[in-house]
Design a protein around this ligand. Structure first.
Ligand SMILES: [Mn+2]
Length: 337
């Protein structure tokens, strides 16, 4: 892995120099895009257009609610392959090219901008910064380096990127830089109240019913330090909600002081289980997901396993329990890292 950081202005500059060499660029990110991938992609594409570069955002999956509510989300093209005629691709937020879910990279220059540990260093130009709280912080630096003034829409998308990726400025990685960048974004027209209302106060009854059904499944393991949730297709159908509406539910058990890790098992077709993991403090669930061929980082990761729920559960718990056991106990007062 590279040791380049944000404070290495060379890496950011090299990304900008590379971008300026092309006239037609595609910006993409990972499958099942989140606030950071959507916000970073759109803001960067808009900035490139200000420089006369024809920039398109192409993602494998459409933006989910409520992220689709923000201005510009309808510009995202959804496809399985890169469009013909593009000269270079900017890949944001992806540890490797497969994470984009897209084909058609052959022979194209790739610019890799990411903050997830484990990035394989693919592409002709890379900027990796594991200290960035969101890729949006890096895109902010790129736009600044390019000398493009921030529009209110760019600022809003980057603010959404930062708010979502930091869990509203609560996750580790939230730094003075995060707040400094956010301050600049608000100055440029991002409205924190509008963003918060759209992200957090725009739920549906289906989601509330789902929430009730999922919480009904709560099991607590490992002396209260591990919380398990599950959702099978039948329960999902009964609730009237959609799978997308389960996003974020896994964070609820982490609100319990003693809970160090949460695992959510969601049925994803016959014998297939989508497993989401979250943790806090020293517990590393990224390692757990990677051991099953999944991805993510220390406090948020996911993987897909095959088998009965009981089998999948026992395989995952076998890996999660040692992570909890080997982690330092949570400090009694929350201090710095
Ligand atoms: Mn991110």
């Amino acid at each position: 892995m590279t040791s380049q950081t944000w404070t290495d202005p060379g890496a950011c500059r090299r990304v900008c120099e590379a971008l300026l060499r092309y006239r037609r660029v595609v910006v993409t990110s990972h499958t099942r895009p989140d606030g950071d991938s959507i916000g970073s992609s759109l803001a960067l594409a808009w900035a490139l257009r200000e420089l006369g570069i024809e920039a398109r955002v192409v993602h494998r999956d459409p933006p989910p609610l409520p992220l689709s509510e923000f201005a510009g989300a309808d510009e995202i093209e959804v496809g399985e392959a890169l469009p013909a005629g593009c000269e270079a691709v900017v890949v944001l937020e992806c540890g490797d090219l497969a994470r984009t879910g897209l084909s058609g990279f052959d022979g194209l220059p790739v610019i890799n901008v990411d903050h997830h540990p484990g990035n394989t260093g693919y592409g002709s130009v890379q900027w990796f910064d594991g200290t960035a709280a969101a890729c949006g912080e890096m895109v902010f630096a790129i736009i600044e380096e390019l000398g493009v003034p921030l529009s209110a829409d760019m600022a809003t998308q980057l603010f959404v990127a930062i708010v979502t990726d930091t869990g509203s400025f609560r996750y580790p990685g939230t730094s003075p830089r995060t707040f400094a960048t956010s301050g600049r974004l608000v100055q440029a027209g991002a409205d924190p109240v509008h963003v918060a209302r759209t992200l957090f106060d725009s739920s549906t009854i289906g989601r509330l019913r789902l929430q009730a059904a999922v919480l009904q499944s709560l099991e607590v393991d490992d002396a209260g330090r591990l919380a398990l949730l599950q959702l099978d297709d039948a329960t999902l159908a009964r609730s009237g909600g959609t799978l997308a509406e389960t996003d974020g539910l896994i964070n609820l058990p982490l609100g319990v002081k003693a809970v160090q890790a949460a695992v959510f098992f969601k049925e994803a077709g016959p014998g297939q289980w989508r497993v989401s993991l979250r943790s806090k403090g020293d517990v590393d669930v990224g390692r757990v997901a990677r051991s099953f061929g999944g991805g993510g980082h220390k406090h948020a990761s996911g993987c897909t396993l095959t088998g009965t729920l009981a089998e999948v559960k026992s395989r995952v718990l076998e890996r999660v329990r040692p992570e909890i056991a080997s982690a330092a106990p949570e400090p009694s007062r929350s201090g710095g890292r």
